[in-house]
Design a binder for this molecule. Structure first.
Ligand code: OKP
Ligand code: ZN
Length: 372
């Protein structure tokens, strides 16, 4: 399977994020993508390709141009304002209660985009967990090109291809970034496939978190079915979306399927949900599945609470490929760095029908513990 990778992600050089107001060591770091790159290169069965420039049009097909402009200039605004900060994060967020009693017309007229970077970050952002630095915009643009080049490979005839996207994308909505995500790589890919083929497209999101952004983008669309397996938002980010009763509206009614799982969910719980998800995908026409692939479902993930092991990723990859549909596999989350490479190898080899043997040089076993 071909892998699309760009070193531009290294410019999104994040070391600290804020969690509930506290600075903590960042989870979404450059080392993540480098671990995966290293393992896939060491495997020998994954030829690498660089992304090609697809321009801005496929991004604004899915995102508000205002979001693109903000992300493009945000860091230079921070510098221009003389703000001494390691990264940009919002000062205020427009909590909807701030506008209680005002009509939607009044809100859109009065609650307009502020001029200061700290206000603009609140206008366009979801949370303080998506630190923005000097290289963020080029990295996010490159991640989109990685996704679209992966689409090109599959539409060009490959059965499957893998885009090593970083930063991830599934929390980014049409007019909002957040949750380590800036542009929604999977949604942009799905939209490009719809436009190129005229077919329906399914998105299977197997990241630990609900992809609120992808859900929002296709909420009232009948041509893109979004199916997500994730932690119940009663206990996990993004808290306000991801419940089973969110099914889409209008032309999209019935096209959104959320499968929230309990804390501690294990391999068998997970595989049962995968079967339900694939059944919903196979119930509609289409020849391509976009996979939002996360490994934060792993037992040792520092921000997840599922209990999956490396073997199950091989099996999930195998079952998804057994649908017979072509796969555009795009990387989302996964924060236990020692196991990321092996988990990616396992998933992708499963999708190719190749057996999984741990890399001898990896030095860690099924639970990703470094064997010393
Ligand atoms: C992005 B993706 C950590 C809180 C983290 C943000 C999570 C974003 C996940 N203590 N909150 O879906 O992997
Ligand atoms: Zn996640």
């Amino acid at each position: 399977m071909q892998v699309v990778y760009s070193p531009a992600h290294l410019g999104h050089d994040i070391t600290v994020e804020t969690f509930m107001g506290m600075p903590i060591p960042a989870n979404e770091v450059a080392e993540r993508a480098e671990k995966i790159r290293w393992a896939l290169e060491a495997d020998g069965g994954f030829p690498f390709a660089a992304p090609t420039d697809h321009g801005e049009a496929p991004i604004t097909a899915v995102h508000d141009p205002g979001l693109v402009r903000f992300l493009e200039v945000a860091w230079s605004e921070v510098r221009r304002q003389g703000l001494v900060r390691p990264f940009l994060s919002a000062d205020t967020y427009p909590n909807r209660q701030m506008f209680e009693g005002m009509t939607p017309e009044a809100v859109s007229r009065l609650a307009r985009e502020p001029e200061q970077a700290a206000g603009r970050a609140g206008f366009w952002g979801l949370d303080t967990a998506a630190p923005l630095v000097a290289g963020t915009y080029s990295a996010a643009r490159a991640a989109v090109d990685v996704a679209l080049t992966t689409v090109d490979l599959v539409l060009g005839g490959a059965t499957s291809a893998y885009g090593l996207c970083r930063p991830p994308g599934h929390h980014a909505a049409r007019s909002m970034y957040g949750g380590y995500c800036f542009f929604n790589n999977a949604a942009i890919a799905a939209e490009a496939i719809v436009r190129a083929t005229g077919e329906r497209v399914a998105i299977l999101d197997v990241d630990y978190h609900h992809g609120n952004g992808t859900q929002q983008i296709f909420w009232n669309r009948g041509d893109v079915r979004y199916v997500s397996i994730h932690a119940d938002p009663d206990r996990a980010y993004p808290y306000f979306l991801g419940r089973a009763d969110e099914v889409g509206e209008g032309a999209g009614a019935g096209e959104n399927l959320n499968l929230p799982l309990r804390g501690g969910a294990a391999n068998d719980d997970y595989l049962a949900a995968v079967d339900t998800a694939l059944e919903a995908i196979l119930a509609v026409t289409g020849s391509v599945i976009v996979v939002s692939l996360g490994f934060d479902t792993y037992g040792l993930d520092p921000i997840g609470d599922f209990a999956l092991t490396t073997d199950v990723y091989h099996e999930v990859g195998r079952r998804v490929a057994a649908t017979g549909r072509r796969l555009v596999v795009l990387q989302e989350g996964g924060y236990h760095r020692p196991s990321l490479g092996e988990n990616a190898r396992a998933w992708l080899r499963g999708a190719e029908g190749r057996a999984f043997d741990p890399l001898p040089a990896a030095g860690f076993g099924d639970h990703g513990v470094v064997a010393g």
